[in-house]
Design a protein around this ligand. Sequence first.
Ligand SMILES: [Zn+2]
Ligand SMILES: [Zn+2]
Ligand SMILES: [Zn+2]
Length: 275
Amino acid sequence: MKIQYLGTAAAEGWPGIFCNCKVCKEALRRGGKDIRTRSQAVIDDKILIDLPPDTYLHMLTYGLDMPSIRTMLVTHSHQDHWYPEELMMRREGFAVDMKGTLDIYGNDAVKESLERVVADALVYSPNRAQIAYHEIKEFTTYSSEGYEFIPLKATHNPRENCFIYIIKKEGKSLLYANDTGYFAEETWDFIKGQHFDLVSMDCTMQKIKIPTNHMGLLNNVDVVERLRQTGCVDRDTKYVVTHFSHNGGWLHEEMEKQAAEYGFSVAYDGMTVEF
Ligand SMILES: [Zn+2]
Ligand SMILES: [Zn+2]
Ligand SMILES: [Zn+2]
């Protein structure tokens, strides 16, 4: 299996779109891996995770083949993960010669915002966007294009059922865990008996350890410790941290130094990991 990180920032991007802080200015000066767009990933160039407002940029920068994507998993409805207006560009007149339906999987909040956008768009045009939305429930197994996936309960926005995902194919298994804080007990209970080859974790706050909603590096260390105790990982498991905010304070080089202490890789925009 292969994961490509297309975007690795928290909501405002890094540099933050309206931010004047020192780390944002330094990121702009350094460029390269310090420039982070809103979070999105693709598995084997096939299974797209989330639809941030930077999706179009990811298509241009990394050759993401959007017309051929058939499966999209959505974590939650925050704007840095879900920009449903873009899907209206699938309608006739905006997209020519589309090859089929896009299956989108997500929670009820994601569904509601999609329905609002579709209702608005239909005022101007009756053409369909060839989307099939599947409202899914945590701790249930689904499949698409030969992949199995299981949404788990994230610890994030308490007003919505946010998901993290297990994604599996041919004996390989990925835990994709953002946006989330330290996992809920129900999630720990469910993952007993699972084995992960790659664990990808929310590290929004970097040097700051926080109690909920997101994580910092030391929260990630706690998660990995518990995964070890639970028997979900082994010596070959890879760990990647992602979804960084400038409020966490560490530019890429420093983040790499800190994460290396624990054997974690630090995601950057465009990074690919095979496992
Ligand atoms: Zn986010
Ligand atoms: Zn900033
Ligand atoms: Zn969020």
